[in-house]
Design a protein around this ligand. Structure first.
Ligand code: PLP
Length: 361
């Protein structure tokens, strides 16, 4: 009799369901609807729910006019692209980078240039050489626990990148949704704090509360927030205010930090299990051990069999991402992004042992 093979997906960077603080979110929603339902059930300001804008501003040492809250941070990437990009404009990205960001910039017909990522951030010499030829509209990067590699940009590279942005006059789009989920080591300064006029900072409640709420934000100079708010007005009039008020109420009650600590307790062992299984089953793969976040990116050595890997993996109940999607200018055939947060430790171990068997012959 055929035994049932459980399907394991390393493909989706999603929280596990235990991550959701369901009863606390229920309590916040009930309190909001009891106290002031009409405010959040009505149209409001396109830049978002003011108490949440103020809360975010306070956390970043900014003013509420420098904060726009939208339906997820990807929506803001789309707005920014509409505001800044014209067909043929150049955008620099880390290589590899977040596949959905590539999709958005491409949709705006940007000329994407990948800057190779090293274990401590961008290859600065490569970046400087590119800048001598062309100035991008912006450089998009994910400085903490990068999607898809898990790499964190070092302090000296953050400083150097900001210095180059000042010298050449381009914006840095600092996309940092994983930053609160640091499982070891200590925080490095945000690039925004090094130059708030050059660095546009994006983040989100997706990874610390829930993706389904769709609450993401940007902290940026006032004139940029105003331009994005205009695009938001023309797109949807008002973002989802009930969700934004839930995020606000969650923060107001002081529940966000304890929730982040709880999430770290859930995810830290999963990261450790992934790293341990890689050391045991795939010791020759190339990867950097992340200090937080959702992902480990691995590169298989040429001696391993990466041909038709996703198709072969599906047959043994393993779902893998297509590494090529993270490389804007080709490549990535031997690259895999392992998203570990949605899996149990035993699924992670079993999944990596299945992967090792597939690539070993
Ligand atoms: C780097 C990065 N930016 C943005 C997002 C999307 O965030 P949001 O749910 O706020 O749109 C993700 C989600 O996977 C991400 O990895």
């Amino acid at each position: 009799m055929a035994t049932q093979v459980t399907s394991i997906s390393f493909n989706r960077g999603v929280p596990c369901v235990e991550a959701f603080p369901i009863s606390e979110i229920q309590e916040c929603a009930a309190a909001i609807l009891a106290a002031d339902a009409v405010t959040v059930l009505q149209y409001g300001k396109s830049a978002g729910y003011m108490p949440l804008r103020e809360t975010i501003a306070e956390r970043y040492g900014a003013s509420s006019e420098e904060v726009l809250v939208s339906n997820g941070s990807l929506q803001i990437q789309e707005f920014l692209s509409t505001f800044v990009l014209r067909p043929g404009d150049t955008v620099f990205v880390e290589e590899p980078t977040y596949d959905r960001a590539i999709t958005i910039f491409r949709r705006h017909e940007a000329n994407l240039i990948g800057i190779p990522l090293e274990p401590d951030g961008l290859d600065i010499e490569f970046l400087a050489a590119r800048l001598r030829k062309v100035t991008p509209k912006f450089l998009y990067l994910i400085p903490d626990f990068q999607n898809p590699t898990g790499v964190t940009t070092s302090l000296s590279k953050r400083e150097e990148i900001v210095r180059l942005a000042e010298q050449y006059g381009f914006w840095i789009l600092e996309d940092d949704p994983y930053r609160p989920l640091r499982y070891q080591g200590s925080d490095l300064p945000l690039m925004r704090t090094m130059n708030p006029d050059r660095v546009l900072h994006l983040s989100s409640f997706t990874k610390v509360l829930s993706p389904g709420l769709r609450v993401g934000y940007i902290v940026a100079p006032k004139r940029i927030v105003e331009a994005l708010a205009k695009i938001a007005t023309d797109t949807y009039v008002t973002p989802g205010l009930l969700a934004q008020d839930i995020a606000y109420e969650f923060c107001r009650r002081g529940w966000l930090e304890p929730n982040v600590e709880r999430l770290k307790g859930i995810y830290r062992p999963k990261l450790k299990a992934t790293a341990a299984a890689l050391r045991e089953y795939l010791p020759v793969a190339d990867w950097v051990e992340p200090e937080g976040g959702f992902f480990i990116g691995i590169t298989l050595p040429p001696a391993m069999n990466a041909a038709n890997l996703r198709e072969r993996a599906e047959k043994v109940g393993l779902s893998l991402s297509d590494g090529r999607g993270f490389f804007p200018q080709g490549g990535g055939e031997r690259f895999l992004r392992l998203a570990f947060t949605g899996l149990s430790e035993s699924e992670i171990r079993e999944g990596i042992s299945r992967l090792a068997r597939l690539v070993s012959h």
